[in-house]
Design a protein around this ligand. Structure first.
Ligand SMILES: C[S@@+](CC[C@H](N)C(=O)[O-])C[C@H]1O[C@@H](n2cnc3c(N)ncnc32)[C@H](O)[C@@H]1O
Length: 364
C-alpha cells in the first residue's frame, strides 16, 4: 500500500468509526481541555493553562499510549523512539540507515551542545570554523552523571552510559517502558550504570544539582507545563551542567501575530488528540524560558529539514504486513497514533511544526 492509499484509508468509514471511538477516549477529552491559548503565554502562565485534573488525565493517557505501543515500536524500529537525523541530500534510505540516523540524532545534539566527543582526545572538542578545525579545551569534560527525562525504553540512556562510561538515570511515565529499559540494560551488562523508574518530569525524584548532563529527547512536547518542565531540568542540573532539549515545537510567531492561524491550531489539535500532547509552544518560547532562569550559552536550531524522511519511513513500516498485523493486535491508542502520522508530515510541510533543539548551560 502506498502513502496515497493510506490517505484514502484515513477517510474510510471504518477508520472514521475508529477515529470517533478514539475521540470518545476520556483521557483525550481531558487533554484537549487543556487550554490551547496563545503560545507566547507559555512563559508567563503555563501553570494556569493545565488544570490538575487535566494533567492527571493527560499523563494517564501518555502512560497508556507508551505501555501499549512501545513493544511494537521496538520490534520494528529498535530501542530509540525518536526521529532520525538525515542527510537532506540523500533521502533514499533503508531501515538500517534509519537506525543510524537515530544514533546520529543523539550525536548531533551532543555536538551542538559541545558535550565532549570521545572520538577525540579526552577533554578536547572540535570547533569548526569557516575554513579550519581546531581542538579546544572542553570546559565540560565527559559527563559522569546523566538524567534522561522521558527515557522511553532507555535507548539514549544506554548509548550515553556506554559512550561516556557515565551513570545514567532514566524516568518515564510508562511502567512497561521502565521495566523493558531495565531488562535491556541487564541483557547488555549495563545494570550497574543505568537505572530506570516511573516518575514525572514535572516533579523529578532527584535532589537539586545532581547531573552534569540533563537530556530530554522528544519528551518536552508531552509536558503540560513548560515552565515547570524547564525549571525541573535546571533544578536537577549541577552547576556548569549542560541541558539538551530536543522537541516538537510550532513555528515562531512573527512580531505582528498574536497567535497561530485557526487552521494551524486545528491541525495541531488533531495531533494533540492522537499523541496525548497539551498545548504546543515555539522554540522562541523555550529560549525565553531558559533566559528567564538565567541559563547560559543558550543555542537553538530548527532541524526540521534533517528529519524530513522520518515520518514517511514510519508510515512505510506501518504498512508492511508485520506493521499492520502488529497494529491490529495493539490497541486503540496505538492505532490512533498511526492514523495521525500523515498529519505530522502535513505539519512539517506547512512549516507549522518545527523539530527543535535547544541547549544551554547552568552557570557554574
Ligand atoms: C517519544 S518518547 C521518547 C523516548 C526516548 N526519549 C527516546 O528518544 O527513545 C516520549 C517519552 O516521554 C515520556 N514522558 C512524557 N511525559 C512525561 C512526564 N511528565 N514525565 C516523565 N516522562 C514523560 C514518555 O513516557 C515517553 O517515554
Amino acid at each position: 500500500m502506498n502513502l496515497a492509499l493510506y490517505g484514502t484509508c484515513f477517510e474510510s468509514p471504518f477508520l472514521v468509526q475508529l477515529q470517533r471511538r478514539c475521540d470518545r477516549d476520556r483521557g483525550v477529552r481531558k487533554a484537549r481541555s487543556i487550554s490551547r491559548s496563545r503560545a507566547t503565554h507559555v512563559v508567563a502562565s503555563a501553570t494556569r493553562m493545565a488544570s490538575e485534573e487535566g494533567v492527571v488525565q493527560l499523563q494517564k493517557g501518555i502512560a497508556e499510549l507508551y505501555d501499549e505501543s512501545s513493544g511494537i515500536w521496538e520490534d520494528i524500529w529498535g530501542d530509540h523512539m525518536h526521529h532520525g537525523f538525515y542527510d537532506p541530500n540523500n533521502l533514499s534510505v533503508s531501515l538500517s540507515d534509519h537506525r543510524s540516523a537515530q544514533i546520529r540524532m543523539i550525536e548531533e545534539a551532543l555536538r551542538l551542545a559541545a558535550v565532549s566527543d570521545d572520538r577525540l582526545l579526552k577533554n578536547t572538542w572540535v570547533v569548526e570554523s569557516s575554513d579550519d578545525m581546531c581542538h579546544k579545551e572542553n570546559p565540560m569534560k565527559r559527563p559522569k552523571r546523566i538524567v534522561d527525562v522521558g527515557c522511553g525504553i532507555g535507548g539514549s540512556s544506554r548509548y550515553l552510559a556506554r559512550k561516556y562510561g557515565a551513570e545514567c538515570l532514566g524516568i518515564t511515565l510508562s511502567p512497561v517502558q521502565a521495566q523493558r529499559a531495565q531488562a535491556l540494560a541487564a541483557a547488555q551488562g549495563l545494570s550497574d550504570k543505568v537505572s530506570f523508574q516511573v516518575a514525572d518530569a514535572l516533579k523529578q525524584p532527584f535532589p537539586d544539582g545532581q547531573f552534569d548532563l540533563v537530556w530530554s529527547m522528544e519528551s518536552g512536547e508531552h509536558m503540560p507545563d513548560k515552565t515547570r518542565f524547564v525549571s525541573e531540568l535546571a533544578r536537577v542540573a549541577a552547576p556548569g551542567a549542560t541541558i539538551i532539549i530536543v522537541t516538537w515545537c510550532h513555528r515562531d510567531l512573527s512580531s505582528e501575530e498574536e497567535s497561530l492561524k485557526a487552521e494551524e491550531k486545528k491541525l495541531l489539535d488533531k495531533i494533540c488528540d492522537a499523541y496525548y500532547l497539551p498545548a504546543w509552544c515555539s522554540t522562541a518560547d523555550y529560549v525565553k524560558l531558559l533566559q528567564s532562569l538565567s541559563l547560559q550559552d543558550i543555542k537553538a536550531a530548527d532541524w526540521s529539514q534533517y528529519v524530513a524522511p522520518f515520518w514517511p519511513a514510519v508510515i512505510r513500516t506501518a504498512l508492511t504486513w508485520k506493521g499492520l498485523t502488529s497494529l491490529l493486535r495493539s490497541g486503540w491508542k496505538t492505532i490512533k497514533g498511526a492514523l495521525a502520522m500523515p498529519l505530522m508530515i502535513e505539519g512539517y510541510k506547512k512549516d507549522l511544526i518545527k523539530f527543535a533543539i535547544i541547549t544551554c548551560r547552568k552557570p557554574a
